[in-house]
Design a protein around this ligand. Structure first.
Ligand code: SAH
Length: 302
């Protein structure tokens, strides 16, 4: 299954600590971008002044990187750990799925860097993000990498951990509420329910090559007793919901049976990020079987 492929850490190479703290001149990105360079210099100066000439190793070593899950959007779904880190970070890197409400919690002296993909903006590659995280950690900063939902659910968090650990940088992960459970809760859909759904699967609609290679969804993913986030061959009348920007004030959604879902999503012009929940449990939502229009009016009025 795709999800397993994305999350497979079994091939993780052992961290190579021999690279630890070798000054590698890895600031290529910063050199390309003056404002980042300036920021790195400020951080280095701050560290030098607090270390002094004979500063102790620990204080003057690299900073930490925290991979922090911010949940699906509603800031009240942040963990206390996430709030504390967001408020104390020196530098925060965030992407498209992190809501503005969460960004408003950032401390006044912290620097926020957008590293997501939005039409019209330069989008950073995963490698560039790795280098940025490394550069800031090497400059001694407390670096927070914010990720929507949970950082280790389709978030490429594992790749960032791998890379940084190989460079000798300590990475700590703060889990977040994954959009699947956050949105299911919002809609009153139990992801599992005795006698209705005895398992739940999280599947991605994105392939590794960015959508060019064929998606493979295992046939057993079409188990009628499971709750799915992506389907392959389930009965046409299986209840389903699609939710755009779930748990935020901009939330929009449609409910439909599977055979009508694509049409209704197109009709309502739902765009990314949209989560699809498929399974008999969807019909347990207090909002089912309202028509899509009524449902979205209801939610918009909240
Ligand atoms: N780490 C995230 C998932 C990242 S993959 C998590 O745990 O939720 C990005 C996909 O997640 C989106 O394409 C969408 O399907 C889903 N998603 C994340 N946040 C969402 C939100 N607020 N509303 C709807 N879908 C969301």
């Amino acid at each position: 299954m795709l999800g397993t492929e994305v999350l497979d850490h079994t091939k993780k190479p052992k961290p190579d600590l021999s690279l630890h703290r070798v000054c590698k001149g890895k600031n290529d990105i910063a050199l390309q971008l003056p404002e980042l360079k300036k920021l790195l210099e400020v951080l280095k100066r701050k560290r030098e002044s607090c270390c002094g000439n004979d500063g102790d190793g620990e204080k003057c070593g690299p900073g930490n990187v925290f991979l922090v899950g911010t949940g699906p959007g509603d800031p009240e779904l942040l963990t206390l750990k996430a709030v504390k880190l967001v408020q104390k970070a020196d530098v925060l890197l965030y992407d498209r799925l992190v809501s503005n409400d969460v960004l408003e919690m950032v401390g006044p002296d912290a620097r926020l860097l957008y590293v997501g993909k939005t039409a019209g903006y330069h989008s950073r590659t995963q490698e560039e993000i790795h280098e940025l995280l490394l550069s800031f950690a090497e400059a001694g900063a407390t670096v927070v990498r914010l990720k929507g939902g949970d950082p280790l659910v389709f978030g490429r968090g594992g790749e960032e951990i791998d890379f940084l650990q190989q460079q000798g940088i300590q990475v700590k992960v703060v889990p977040g509420i994954t959009s699947a459970s956050g949105i299911a809760a919002e809609l009153g859909i139990p992801l599992t329910h005795r006698g209705v759904a005895n398992s739940v699967r999280f599947l991605t609609g994105h392939s590794r090559k960015g959508g060019t290679d064929p998606l493979f969804v295992a046939e057993n993913a079409a188990d009628p007793d499971s709750t799915l986030l992506m389907q392959h061959g389930l009965p046409a009348n299986t209840p389903a919901a699609a939710v755009e920007r779930g748990t935020t004030p901009q939330q929009r959604m449609v409910f439909a049976e599977l055979n009508d879902l694509a049409d209704k999503v197109a009709q309502e012009e739902l765009v990314s990020p949209t989560l699809i929940i498929i399974g008999k449990v969807v019909a347990l939502s207090p909002l089912w079987p309202l028509s899509s229009k009524e449902a979205s009016c209801l939610m918009e009025a909240v």
